[in-house]
Design a protein around this ligand. Structure first.
Ligand SMILES: Nc1ncnc2c1ncn2[C@@H]1O[C@H](COP(=O)(O)OP(=O)(O)OP(=O)(O)O)[C@@H](O)[C@H]1O
Length: 269
């Protein structure tokens, strides 16, 4: 393909939507390869205020209908994790915060038609998040989307303060769900459990292995992969670490100092 889609400011989709939960507020949305441009139409702002949600900050997009509602509206919600504006402490890197923007599709009187539009936007956004290139001429349907990613999550319930499982349920799984990633969560039961496990997994079945632990479990995973007869292929498996140990020195070096968080792991697999 001769066109460099990644640097294109071409408008892929454009539309006008309401928002949830505000009544009467309306926005014009334009989707490009790099971001969602949001312009408020009603109430009309004094200046030409526009905000941009960068695709790089997004993890997913879901469609929905308001429960128990008899109206014909459909909705799509975009899940983003932009950097916080301010550093938390001197010398620290900026952390990310969850931002959900929900738009109401109300163009048609019939729910099914509105749902088709909501699905189209959600599919386009999900494709851009996954790096699928398309143009304004492309017919956007779910067949454009790559197959969902599968992650093996290895969690050490005894690492660090012993709260890895709680951290996983409250902070990690919600993001993975928003990103439509399927996963197997395996709690390690003893020393070398993770090492033995990765020695015999079918590499084809996984897009990545993420340890939710300290440095020790990651060390086991790398060793386990290197001990396989097909180690040259096995070691190409994307590996991530979400720090839940005591020292977390390795995760600190890789993620924190680079200014990255979970999203790095989710996007790269
Ligand atoms: N269920 C378990 N019971 C006891 N030990 C375990 C269990 N699961 C894993 N382990 C072992 O615990 C070791 C240390 O775990 P981990 O690195 O996750 O935590 P940590 O030592 O608290 O953190 P850090 O390495 O950052 O200091 C691992 O090398 C692993 O072999």
């Amino acid at each position: 393909m001769s066109r460099n889609y990644k640097h294109s400011s071409e408008t892929l989709l454009h539309g006008e939507f309401g928002v949830y939960p505000s009544k009467g507020v309306r926005y014009a949305l334009s989707l490009t390869h790099t971001g969602l441009h949001i312009q408020r139409l009603v109430p009309k702002p004094e200046d030409d205020q526009r905000t941009v949600l960068p695709i790089l900050d997004m993890v997913g997009c879901h469609t929905m209908r308001s429960c128990g509602s008899s109206d014909g509206f459909a909705y799509f919600s975009i899940y983003s994790y932009p950097l916080k504006k301010k550093k938390v402490a001197v010398g620290s890197t900026r952390t990310r915060q969850r931002l959900v923007r929900t738009f109401r599709v109300d163009e048609a009187s019939d729910f099914k038609q509105n749902q088709v539009i909501a699905e189209k936007w959600a599919t386009a956004i999900k494709c851009l998040i996954r790096g699928v290139l398309f143009s304004s001429d492309t017919e956007i349907s779910t067949t454009l989307q790559p197959k969902p990613r599968r992650l093996m999550l290895l969690l050490n319930p005894c690492g660090g303060r012993g709260n890895a499982l709680q951290q996983c349920h409250s902070n990690i799984l919600p993001i993975i769900t928003e990103a439509d990633i399927s996963y197997n969560l395996i709690q390690t039961e003893r020393q070398n459990h993770a090492r033995e496990l990765v020695q015999s997994i079918n590499l084809e079945e996984w897009d990545g292995i993420v340890v939710i632990s300290g440095d020790g479990l990651l060390f086991e995973v790398v060793n386990g992969l290197m001990e396989r007869s097909d180690w040259e292929d096995a070691i190409k498996m994307p590996i991530g670490i979400l720090p839940c140990g005591s020292g977390n020195a390795l995760a600190g070096a890789i993620n924190y100092n680079a200014g990255y968080g979970i999203r790095t792991v989710l996007r790269q697999t």
